[in-house]
Design a protein around this ligand. Structure first.
Ligand code: ATP
Ligand code: MG
Length: 334
């Protein structure tokens, strides 16, 4: 088999805090094939954004964070690159759309200027060429009259337009991999759908792989081919998208499925319908991390942490009892 575009092995991200060290991402492994759209889901605080930002090593490594494990991009471990080498990867081979588009656009420069800077830093272009490229990119992301918009400032654009500009910036360098951290959560439903269509189009046209982070399992079903489910800094389940929806195995995944808002419901609502609260990072239990919220948990679960194990093919699950639970449930419905 061809080597994956991105391969994460046992990644850990530790933060230095006033109360000592916490591990927000604790031994994550997954891979992304060329041209694939991988979904990463989980409740608020489970480490999705930290994972995304760790891939690009965005946390300050002197004062804030430290990493362990491997993040291999086309076989090369990014965790071993120098700062300068890492700088070349960012916004070139891998780019990212952040959760909050306003905070990542600079209010004092026009969007055209910001786009052109991105283009000129990463590609050898003249000012004139960069301007034309900026306009083309804005048009591609569905911004009307891009020739005019290019000279506007971020505050002159609506939230949806700003998000499109962010996407245009992220695509300016034609990355092999796009990390999209909740790119549509802040937008209204119509704009969400347009942005998702756009991402799918670009994925097809440019063959760009996407790590798609979201709360919204409905969106995952629409755009992703494979899904990783995270809980408290770990992967608890991974499967092809159809498989995950037809045969979810982990009690946590099943809980998330039940929490999917109905079609006419509010898509932006967070998945928080599972009972109980997520343990704090400085009070992680030694057994299964989900045990305190799991109706099936017994002594084994409370004492010993399960590993992520292969169920079948590339369907993996981290639960001592998933087979029994599924059998029981099947019997209940029979
Ligand atoms: N700089 C930091 N220092 C200490 N802890 C941090 C830091 N950044 C994030 N965390 C903690 O890491 C955990 C994971 O946060 P993260 O932002 O990745 O969650 P998330 O899954 O993206 O949530 P959301 O869905 O709300 O965006 C949280 O407990 C958060 O408080
Ligand atoms: Mg986040």
């Amino acid at each position: 088999m061809e080597q994956p575009l991105l391969e994460i092995n046992n990644l850990k991200t530790h933060f230095k805090t006033e109360r000592g060290r916490v591990t927000a991402v604790d031994g994550i492994s997954f891979s992304v094939e060329k041209g694939e759209i991988l979904g990463v889901v989980g409740e608020s605080g489970c480490g999705k954004s930290v994972t995304a930002q760790s891939i690009l090593r965005l946390f300050d490594e002197k004062y804030t964070a430290s990493y362990e494990g491997e993040i291999k991009l086309q076989g090369e471990n990014l965790l071993q690159l120098s700062k300068a080498e890492m700088e070349k990867i960012r916004g070139n081979e891998v780019s990212m759309i952040f959760q909050d588009p306003l905070s990542s656009l600079n209010p004092v420069f026009t969007i055209g200027y910001q786009l052109m800077e991105t283009i000129r830093i990463h590609q050898n272009r003249t000012k004139k060429q960069a301007r034309q490229m900026a306009i083309d990119l804005l048009r591609m992301t569905g911004i009307p009259s891009p020739e005019k918009r290019v000279s506007e400032y971020p505050h002159q654009l609506s939230g949806g337009m700003r998000q499109r500009v962010m996407i245009a910036m992220a695509l300016a360098c034609k990355p092999k991999l796009l990390i999209a951290d909740e790119p549509t959560t802040a937008l209204d439903v119509t704009i969400q759908a347009q942005i998702l269509d756009l991402m799918l189009e670009l994925n097809e046209e440019l063959g760009m792989a996407v790590v798609f982070i979201t709360h919204d399992l409905g969106v995952v079903a629409e755009v992703c081919t494979r899904v990783v489910v995270m809980y408290l800094g770990q992967v608890v389940e991974e499967a092809n998208v159809e498989e995950l929806f037809t045969t979810p195995l982990h009690p946590y995944t099943k809980g998330l499925m039940k929490a999917i808002p109905q079609m006419d419901g509010d898509r932006s609502q967070k998945l928080n319908v599972i009972g109980g609260t997520v343990p704090a990072l400085n009070a992680i239990p030694s057994g299964c991390r989900f045990a305190s919220r799991c109706e099936f948990a017994n002594d084994l679960c409370k004492e010993k942490a399960p590993d992520l194990q292969v169920h079948e093919g590339n369907h993996k699950v981290r639960c001592w009892h998933y087979a029994e639970i599924s059998n029981k449930e099947a019997a209940r419905h029979a």
